[in-house]
Design a protein around this ligand. Structure first.
Ligand SMILES: Nc1ncnc2c1ncn2[C@@H]1O[C@H](COP(=O)(O)OP(=O)(O)OP(=O)(O)O)[C@@H](O)[C@H]1O
Ligand SMILES: [Mg+2]
Length: 261
């Protein structure tokens, strides 16, 4: 296994915050793996995702190291690393067409002209299973549903063929049926493009469907990390047990103890 990213003692504090939002987190990300990052609201998942992607806001205090052995010094967001935000509204620009936004990364990073980039954009819209991609290219974000916008955001994030995709709670604002569809299309896309996936969620069922390993966060600290089978079958931390119990209470039938095949 090749280490893609080595995170050592990473600590992050926002300006004026009383406590750090990430507290001495160490873990390695393997090339080609799918890592789910799970935790309650406020546990530091988005902070971790943004730190990984080099997208922290100005003014934060960072200590520790994020080492990317095969990138110098780090993957370029948009080209090497695609990022899908928690809120699809945050990923999309309301005054640009869907086509312009999906084509942009392909034009900028793949050396395509606009016409070629629009062809790629239409293909990507089809691959995220949106109907009538040619027509959608000319539509604006407000003409789409939340689930459709999130598919567009995923298409835009992978337009430049990044080798890493970081998806921050891409399904949490959507109803369960749409959640399952988005997870299925992410599963296909990540496999077809051989991407490394960091999938942020607070849902143990979604984590176990999509991921190889699960990292459990609470209060900015990494509580445990291991293969899906281990974390779901034999959780060690209180945080993992609590997240699993949330599913037992709801009698969620989809919790897969074995992880993905
Ligand atoms: N821009 C910011 N400025 C100040 N504090 C912040 C900022 N962003 C996050 N925080 C704080 O950092 C902590 C971790 O937040 P973060 O957004 O990483 O959590 P999360 O696990 O993604 O939560 P959620 O599940 O609600 O998205 C929280 O206490 C939050 O209030
Ligand atoms: Mg978050």
């Amino acid at each position: 296994m090749t280490v893609l990213c080595d995170i050592r003692q990473l600590a992050i504090r926002y300006p004026h915050a009383k406590a750090p939002s990430l507290d001495h987190v160490s873990l390695t990300l393997q090339a080609g793996e799918r890592l789910a990052v799970i935790g309650e609201s406020g546990s530091g998942k988005s902070t971790f995702a943004r730190a990984l992607a080099g997208l922290l806001p100005p003014g934060v205090t960072v200590s520790g190291e994020i080492v990317w052995p095969s990138f110098a010094p780090a993957p370029l967001p948009g080209r090497d690393l695609g990022f899908v935000f928690q809120d699809p509204g945050a990923s999309l620009n309301p005054v640009l067409t869907i086509g312009e936004q999906v084509a942009e990364g392909a034009k900028r990073h793949l050396g395509l002209n606009w016409k070629q980039a629009f062809v790629r954009a239409a293909d990507l819209l089809e691959r995220v299973r949106l109907p009538e991609p040619e027509r959608l290219l000319r539509a604006f974000p407000h003409q789409l549903s939340g689930g459709q916008r999130q598919r567009v955001a995923i298409a835009a994030a992978v337009a430049a063929r990044p080798s890493i995709l970081v998806a921050d709670e891409v399904t949490s604002a959507l109803d369960q049926a749409v959640q399952a569809e988005i997870v299925a299309l992410l599963d296909d896309l990540v496999r077809e493009e051989a991407m490394t996936l960091v999938f942020i969620t607070h849902d143990m069922a979604l984590a176990s469907t999509l991921a190889d390993r699960i990292a459990v966060f609470a209060a900015g600290r990494l509580q445990e990390i291991g293969p899906v089978r281990q974390v779901v079958g034999h959780p060690q931390s209180v945080a993992a047990k609590t997240l699993l119990e949330a599913h037992i209470d709801l009698e969620t039938p989809s919790l897969v103890v074995g992880g993905r095949p």
